[in-house]
Design a binder for this molecule. Structure first.
Ligand code: NAG
Length: 113
């Protein structure tokens, strides 16, 4: 439990150092084409990795949506992974070379079937 709370503290503190912002996708549906948007400034890393997480379980990685995504794209259009419908999903943008360096979280959102 101590390890989990320490991780949560780090995960919460890290995004403050970055200007990166990550939007929750609009009505993501399992297996359907979905757009993901983010905001950035010139001081942000030039690329990042995008994870889909469980919003309440810091270590519950559902899938890697993209690796080495170019930050200056500002958005991607992607096939949403096939996942159980329900609430409690969250996007997490992390450093390409250090997944513990979190650039931003999206708000929690639901996935439709
Ligand atoms: C997240 O984790 C909780 C606790 O393990 C679980 O009840 C919930 O179904 C999970 N949510 C998703 C979207 O996987």
């Amino acid at each position: 439990m101590r390890v989990i709370s320490l991780f949560s503290l780090i995960a919460l503190a890290a995004p403050l150092a970055s200007a990166f912002t990550l939007s929750a996708p609009t009505n993501p549906t399992s297996g359907e084409i979905t757009q993901i948007h983010w905001g950035f400034t010139p001081t942000d890393p030039v690329a990042f990795t995008l994870f889909l997480m469980n919003s309440t379980q810091a270590f519950d990685l559902k899938v890697t949506i993209g690796e080495n995504l170019r930050t200056n794209l500002g958005q991607i259009t992607t096939l949403w992974p096939v996942l159980p419908a329900g609430a409690g999903y969250q996007l997490r943008a992390v450093d390409v070379t250090n997944v513990d360096r979190v650039l931003a979280f999206s708000r929690a959102f639901a996935v439709a079937a």
